[in-house]
Design a protein around this ligand. Structure first.
Ligand code: PEP
Ligand code: MN
Length: 262
C-alpha cells in the first residue's frame, strides 16, 4: 500500500544506477516535446553537463487542441533512445494509452501525465510492468485522489512510483496553474513514495521556474522536473515556460548550493 502507516520506510526508486527518494535528489530535464534527433541530443548533452541525471521529452503529447503538434510519437521515442545512447541519461516519457506500451520497451521511466491521472485502466496496466512510473497529479485532483491513483498502480504489484506535483487549477490566471507546495510535505507524510516538483507546468512562465524550484527544495521535494529547450522561442510546445540551456545551467549551479546531488 501507498500509505506510510502500512509501510513506514521510504521507497527508493531505482532507474539504472540512479536512485530517487529520501536523500537522493535528482533533476529530470529536457524539452516539452521531442522535435528532432539533433534537438534532443543537443539538449541532452547540455542538461547532463549542467547536472541533470534523467532526460525528459514528450513523444506522445496530450494537447488541448487536436490541431496542435501531437508529438513525433514512435519516432520521438527513437530519438530519445539516441540521446540516451549519446549521453547515458535514462529517459522519461509520457504514455497516453495502453496500446502504446510495446513502444516503451526501452524507456526507463514511464510518465503518466496529469490528464491521465485517473485513467484507471492505464494505471492498472503500468502497474503490471516492471518499470518505474512517474505519476503526475491531475489538474483538478485532490491529494487523496492522487494517492489513490498511485494505489491503483501499486495494487498490480509495481511499487516503483514517483509522485509529481505539477500545479493545480485555481481561480488565479496569472500563472498557468498554482503550485501546491503543501502537497509535497503532505504526500511525504502520508505516503512512503518519492515526491518531485515540476515548476515548469505549474508556472507556465520561465521567470518563475527558478524561484519555485528553490521553494520545492525548501519543502522537502526529492527532485525536480524542468523543461528546457535549445531555442525556446521556436519550441513546438511550452516555449514560454522552457528555460534555455544557459538558464538551466545557471539554475543548477544555484540549486547545488542548496541541496546535495548524488
Ligand atoms: C509533460 O510533462 O509533458 C506534461 C504534459 O505535463 P502535465 O501532464 O503535468 O500537464
Ligand atoms: Mn510541456
Amino acid at each position: 500500500a501507498v500509505n506510510r502507516t502500512v509501510h513506514p520506510d521510504d521507497t527508493l526508486v531505482k532507474v539504472g544506477d540512479i536512485t530517487i527518494g529520501e536523500g537522493f535528489f535528482q533533476v529530470i530535464s529536457g524539452p516539452c516535446s521531442v522535435e528532432s534527433e539533433e534537438q534532443v541530443v543537443q539538449i541532452a548533452r547540455s542538461v547532463k553537463a549542467s547536472g541533470a541525471t534523467l532526460l525528459r521529452g514528450g513523444a506522445f503529447k496530450p494537447r488541448t487542441s487536436p490541431y496542435a503538434f501531437q508529438g513525433l510519437q514512435d519516432m520521438g521515442i527513437k530519438f530519445l533512445l539516441s540521446a540516451k545512447k549519446e549521453t547515458g541519461l535514462p529517459i522519461v516519457t509520457e504514455i497516453m494509452n495502453q496500446t502504446q506500451l510495446p513502444l516503451f520497451e526501452e524507456v526507463d521511466v514511464i510518465q503518466i501525465g496529469a490528464r491521465n491521472m485517473q485513467n484507471f485502466d492505464l494505471l492498472r496496466e503500468v502497474g503490471r510492468c516492471k518499470k518505474p512510473i512517474l505519476l503526475k497529479r491531475g489538474l483538478c485532483n485532490t491529494i487523496e485522489e492522487f494517492l489513490m491513483s498511485a494505489e491503483y498502480i501499486m495494487s498490480e504489484g509495481n511499487t516503483q512510483i514517483i509522485l509529481c506535483e505539477r500545479g493545480i487549477r485555481t481561480f488565479e490566471t496569472m500563472t498557468r496553474n498554482t503550485l501546491d507546495l503543501s502537497a509535497v510535505p503532505l504526500l511525504k507524510q502520508k505516503s512512503h513514495l518519492p515526491v518531485i516538483v515540476d515548476p515548469s507546468h505549474a508556472a507556465g512562465i520561465r521567470s518563475l521556474v527558478a524561484p519555485l524550484s528553490k521553494a520545492a527544495i525548501a519543502v522537502g521535494a526529492d527532485g525536480l522536473m524542468i523543461e528546457t529547450h535549445n531555442n525556446p522561442a521556436e519550441a513546438l510546445s511550452d516555449g514560454a515556460q522552457s528555460l534555455d540551456l544557459p538558464q538551466f545551467s545557471t539554475l543548477m549551479n544555484d540549486l547545488k548550493r542548496r541541496v546535495s546531488f548524488e
